[in-house]
Each structure stands twice: as structure tokens, then as C-alpha cells.
Design a protein around this ligand. Sequence first.
Ligand SMILES: [Zn+2]
Ligand SMILES: [Zn+2]
Length: 240
Amino acid sequence: MLLCFIIKRSFDKINKNMGFDVKNTTFFSLLDMVFPYTCRGCGRLGSVLCGRCKKHNIQASVGICPRCRKIIKRCSCIVPAYGFCYREGVVDDLLKEYKYKSVRGAAEVLAECLDAAIPDSVLEAEIVPLPTAPKHIRARGFDHTLYLVKALSRRREGFSVCRALRRASNDVQVGKDDKTREEQAARAYKASSACRIDPEKLYILIDDVWTTGSSMEAAIKVMQKAGAVKLASAVLLMPR
Ligand SMILES: [Zn+2]
Ligand SMILES: [Zn+2]
């Protein structure tokens, strides 16, 4: 066990130095299967985030609406946005590992964070993943948002996955300026026939990061056009 721990820690270090090289994801996924996880908060062996660090992060989450920047209780946005925390610290590290190194064991913890961000008063909802660009799915070997949304649906009885959106373009938002992001987002999504929209139901659109909000706003417009009336959104991270 101790040997596993030492080897895993050394690989984690090499891994970090490599700057999350996507080409190595299969290799690291295999490593994750063979060696147990270490807590990204305190280094304890067992899971990607131990109970204590998880509790601390969930308690310290900001719970604000990234659109109006008010705490959730005070948010009066027509489509509220539930944000877990700022884009920094352990949850940010964990999300990067999850996305770029395919550390799938992080999905459960990240889903727990999303769960904590969505008010308990929301008993039933169709949770809709913002579709990832096919280019990213190919590079990462999995659709990280869909995987996260599925993990969230397992946590709340009244939540079911609804893939109401599909990708209409393969544009990538990372590294683009605000204006380009907005233009790209406007043509990024289309309604999908995979899930019929019911105006009576609540749809919560889920994404990992809120940067300028352009992706989320574009997705909301598509959902409204498709007939959705009750809408909300939830993200893990937002800029400070
Ligand atoms: Zn810990
Ligand atoms: Zn708001």
C-alpha cells in the first residue's frame, strides 16, 4: 500500500510538470485504475478529495449567481444561475485533472459540489448538459459534462438527464476574446430531438465553468425557442 502511494505521488508530480498533456490521458486513466487516489486537498490516500477536505470546500463555497453576482437567495434573475465557487483552489485543480487527465474519479466529487450549489428547494428537474465540442470529446476520450450530469442525476432522485441540446458547430471557446466567444456561442447549439421539451418542467442547464456567460446565455435562448419556460442554470466555477 505504501509503495502504491509513493509511486502514485511521484506520477502525480510528473503529471503536474507535464502540464496536463492530453495525449497521456489513457496512460493516466490506467494508472488511476491500478493505484488508489490521493486527496488533492491534504494528500491522504483513498479518494481524490477526502471527507474532511470535501466538507471544508462545500462549506466554503460561495453560492452566488455568476450573472448578477448576488448570493443565490438574493438573485432575482429570470433564469437564475447557481454557481458553486470561484475558479481557484482545490475544486479548480480537480476540474482540470478531471477534464485534461481523465481522472474520472473526480466526477462524483464535482457532482457533489454542483448538488450543493443547486438549492434543496428544487425537487424535480430535467438536467441538461451543455454539449461539449466533438474535438474536445475526441481529445479527452469522454464527454466530461455529460459524465458529470449523469453523476448529478444519481445524487438527486428528482433529477433526470435530458440531452435537449446538440452541438451545431465545432468552435472552441478557450483562448478567444469576449466578442468572438459571443459570436461563436450564438451558433454553437441547436435543439435536439432526443428530448421533448415540456413547458411544465424545469430545465437546469449545466456547464463546468462560467467565463463570460456567452455559452450559457446562447443555450438558454435555444431552450426557450424550443418551448422551455422554466429554466435555471448551474456551474461549478466562475471568475472572481
Ligand atoms: Zn483531504
Ligand atoms: Zn442572478
